[in-house]
Design a protein around this ligand. Sequence first.
Ligand code: FAD
Length: 558
Amino acid sequence: MDADVIIIGGGLAGLVASNEIVKAGKRVLIVDQENAANLGGQAFWSFGGIFMVDTPMQRRLGVHDSFELAWQDWQGSAGWDRLEGDHPEDEWAQKWGRAYVEFAASDKRPWLQEQGVKFTPVVGWAERGALTARGHGNSVPRFHVPWGTGTGISEPFADKARAASDAGKVTFRFRHRVDGLIFDGGRVVGVRGSVLAPDTARRGAPSNRDVVEEFEFSAQAVVIASGGIGGNHEQVRKWWPERLGKPPRKMITGVPESVDGRMLDIATEQGVRLVNRDRMWHYTEGLQNWNPIWPNHAIRILPGPSSIWLDARGRQLPAPGLPGYDTLGTLKILRTTPDIAEFDYSWFILDQTIIKKEFALSGSEQNPDITNRDLALMLRSRLGRSAPGPVEAFKEHGADFVVADTLPELVQGMNALTDDNLLNAVEIEKVVRARDNELVNQYSKDAQTMGIRNSRRYLGDKLFRAAKPHQILDPHHGPLIAVRLWIVTRKTLGGIQTDLDGRALGSDGNPISGLFAAGEAAGFGGGGAHGYNALEGTFLGGCIFTGRTVGRSLARSL
Ligand SMILES: Cc1cc2nc3c(=O)[nH]c(=O)nc-3n(C[C@H](O)[C@H](O)[C@H](O)COP(=O)(O)OP(=O)(O)OC[C@H]3O[C@@H](n4cnc5c(N)ncnc54)[C@H](O)[C@@H]3O)c2cc1C
């Protein structure tokens, strides 16, 4: 036997599981198709946002949160509706969802701190939702940002795995791609696959798929922690749900190529039960990266509340199509409104005051101040006169930005950026003036204006995320800026159905002996703990919770 447990995938979920197993004195073999530079997977690149409930950081900022409120929000977002019949798709998803919210409201923060994760005092208010109490969205800010951004989450676990490797308890097999599970009398006893040719590609960059030889490894149990499908547009198109219209012809990619979904299809072919494959989490505020690391590299804007959101024809999106509110609600508007669904982009219109305060870019490399744990730089860049350096760089070099002093010039620039020539400056001016008119007194009937004021009542947003309400056409806040937004493929919400021990279920709904799944591959638990929508910052935590659960259950049972 090559180890007690084989883990397919050295991303966050695999690393967390590995650490728990090693702590119990067992030996782990981590097999990953990429090279050693990629240890940590997507988590390294992530913004690092972590959904937690009722923390000291929230309380310090005047936020009163509770498990009850978070669970109400989670259920409103999830909308699990596949609960009928034998072994329904949402059976375990719902149980995992509840267990996860309990974790987020109790053990998550102290445990992460014990593992070496340190949090900034910043708590963001992501995904404010669909504007009803029982619908999708966070009623309060819960998006906790760690020092180090994504690296502040992935590296403590990667460091532990590296140390365990030095001590002979973990063996890494990089450039080993798993092509199949090995069964013996119904029990999974190992994996087989292809050794890929050495490749020195830098972290995140594509690597070759040249096969040099084959391998087989055996163990008492196997954990699938191979991530989702976001890097594979063919898979995204295949599973794209009808309720979100047709997938765009052009999408940009929010994850490295290694997030290829291949292992999920292999698992299905070998009798593992995958559920909710039509549930995905793609963003509508994507920029084409002017300095890409992976092909078609997308950067997502984490927007504050004040930009005006226009469709490709220059009409304002209806609520809840507001910046920072309802990711899939907005995607649905864009993909199902008949006369705009044929276009693959939409627009933000804003000004320098808004970009300075409200644009954050998702990704560890886009936030050097927090990633490098530099408090002085963070205060300078988030509270200073210009937007943070990476945002200004996009404004200067990005293919999707137009900057102008007057609205007619701005619209001319927007039309020049596309071949479609759909925008009428007079009509867009009406939209912008109507919005500006809502700001001249403290009352309003406009949902976005009310939202901006609500946001400013939260200290965290007032300091860091929501510009003081002002008229966009006031030249003191100029220049004017337009940003063309694309759809970014990112997260997979469905996946391998698992029970609360993380055991993978077979097509008959019963656990497959010796097989476990964690992280995005497991739909972050049960094949769909998020249901249809996410409250954000829930994915890294989902890897941590499922990885820890699988690790502990293996530590108990082996
Ligand atoms: C830019 C960005 C920003 C993000 N921001 C946030 C955030 O702020 N908050 C949040 O909660 N989440 C965020 N996420 C999402 C989160 O990072 C991921 O959902 C999570 O890290 C997935 O981890 P994983 O371990 O399940 O999979 P992965 O990190 O994808 O790791 C899977 C590993 O398996 C390997 N693998 C796949 N197939 C095989 C095979 N057949 N054989 C061998 N190896 C294989 C891959 O090479 C990879 O190393 C972000 C993601 C990105 C990319």
